[in-house]
Write a protein that binds this ligand. Structure first.
Ligand SMILES: [Zn+2]
Ligand SMILES: [Zn+2]
Length: 177
């Protein structure tokens, strides 16, 4: 995991354990990198996630199977008003944002357990894309498409059987080298 800009350490540590358990892989937290200045979209007061991915790819540890960026910045891509994250499908890197997973973003009282659960789902979802998965028709699957934070809350917290098979084949195969 690669923090991009300042990110709450307790949140990172919680996520590291969750991802390790979910993917049955060793997950470690790397030193943070600054938010790339050229990713800032002043007109929108958001950060262009594709440029953050590009920056992350400039420094991938040799033994890293995947690289998950975590940021508190609000992310966007040109054609969408916001994204919870972005991933290279079948690639190395993904990034997730905490900004719109926080209840505060919607004028509500902070809810830490809810924030963590959403972050867990979004992180698994984006990592699922790096394992080559597309959106899954099953609502119970973490790979189901979510456009809003309500969609994130509704969908399942883990991969369905079919998606899990794909992830296991990738993590197992790549771990063997
Ligand atoms: Zn997706
Ligand atoms: Zn699925």
């Amino acid at each position: 995991m690669r923090p991009v800009g300042a990110v709450d350490h307790a949140i990172l540590e919680w996520l590291r354990k969750e991802m390790g358990d979910s993917l049955m892989s060793t997950v470690r937290t790397l030193p943070s990198i600054p938010v790339p200045p050229d990713s800032f979209e002043a007109r929108r007061n958001q950060y262009y996630s594709t440029k953050i991915l590009k920056e992350m790819l400039g420094d991938v540890p040799q033994d890293a199977m995947r690289l998950l960026g975590v940021t508190d910045k609000d992310l966007c891509i040109p054609i969408l008003t916001y994204v919870f994250g972005e991933a290279q499908v079948g690639g190395t890197a993904a990034v997730v944002s905490l900004a719109r997973l926080r209840q505060e973003h919607y004028g509500l009282a902070p809810d830490r357990p809810m924030l963590l659960e959403r972050l867990r789902k979004e992180s698994l979802h984006e990592l699922g894309h790096t394992f080559g998965l597309f959106h899954c028709p099953s609502r119970d699957c973490v790979m189901h498409l979510s456009n809003t934070v309500m969609d994130v809350d509704i969908r399942g917290r883990d991969f369905c059987r079919g998606c899990q098979t794909v992830v296991a084949s990738k993590t197992g195969a790549e771990r063997r080298g």
